[in-house]
Design a protein around this ligand. Structure first.
Ligand SMILES: Cc1cc2nc3c(=O)[nH]c(=O)nc-3n(C[C@H](O)[C@H](O)[C@H](O)COP(=O)(O)O)c2cc1C
Length: 239
């Protein structure tokens, strides 16, 4: 965890100097080229192993950082560049609590709150049990929740935008969690109310929520990482 924090801090400083120190146009020197290479390899290390954060601190995310994260979603690729999405940045705790409490109200008695993939439909086979057993962050547990909505049939594009925002947030040193379970409430019987509160376009529905914040210090986020299938299980080579 400490290693990850140092890596992210170093990388953030390099990114900050790369992004904010560019008012004057300099001829690239060998050292600036080397520094650019090390930024990209550090970013690769972060993006290659992004844990789902299950506990966020209460520290706010600055509006500049939120803008940079959302801009990564705006710049994501989409089929025929249709950009069929909308992003609603929610920092209002009351709104997040309202969604969380509507989710609890719809949960069968005794079902644990915030269970991974608790939005799964009843007729689906249950997901494999996660190896992490700690508490799971719900929608109201992060300082920022970005509701991603899209037109029907554009869920893949919206997923790419979501992942671009998550990658950017992690490269900047934040932690993230993607949840789809709130969409049951957001697209349910209170859909019109939530569309109005969240300014979701008429022709779109919520598809996922990206939670962003600082990982809580007390939590080793990577220890909660669930297992992955092996390379051989999921990759086919045709050569
Ligand atoms: C599309 C999508 C929907 C998800 N929905 C939920 C959810 O509703 N509730 C939840 O607790 N986690 C949800 N997750 C988080 C996954 O459970 C998590 O990414 C996965 O188990 C890997 O966890 P790890 O990063 O700790 O290994 C979702 C992730 C994705 C990509």
């Amino acid at each position: 965890m400490l290693k990850r924090k140092c890596l992210v801090l170093g990388m953030s400083l390099m990114l900050a100097s790369a992004l904010y120190g560019c008012e004057q146009v300099d001829v690239p020197t060998i050292s600036s080229v080397q520094s650019a290479q090390s930024v990209s390899s550090d970013a690769a290390a972060v993006i290659g192993d992004i844990p789902t954060v299950q506990s966020f601190s209460e520290e706010a995310v600055s509006s500049d950082d939120i803008s940079r994260i959302v801009t990564a979603g705006i710049n994501a690729p989409s089929a025929m560049n249709k950009q069929p999405w909308h992003f609603t940045v929610v920092t209002n705790k009351e709104v997040l609590q309202q969604i969380a409490s509507d989710m609890s109200a719809g949960r069968p008695a005794g079902a644990p709150a915030g269970k991974p993939d608790d939005g799964d439909k009843k007729d689906k086979a249950p997901a494999p049990a996660p190896t992490g057993t700690g508490p799971k962050a719900g929608i109201a547990d992060a300082p920022v929740a970005i509701v991603i909505s899209c037109k029907e049939g554009s869920e893949f594009d919206a997923g790419l935008a979501c992942e671009s925002m998550s990658d950017m947030a992690n490269v900047m040193g934040y932690g993230t969690k993607i949840v789809s379970s709130p969409t049951i409430v957001l697209n349910g019987e209170k859909k019109d109310e939530y569309k109005s509160i969240l300014n979701i376009p008429d022709d779109q529905s919520a598809v996922a929520v990206l939670m962003v914040g600082h990982p809580a210090d007390s939590i080793d986020t990577s220890s909660g990482a669930t297992e992955r299938n092996t390379y051989d299980d999921v990759v086919s080579l045709v050569d």
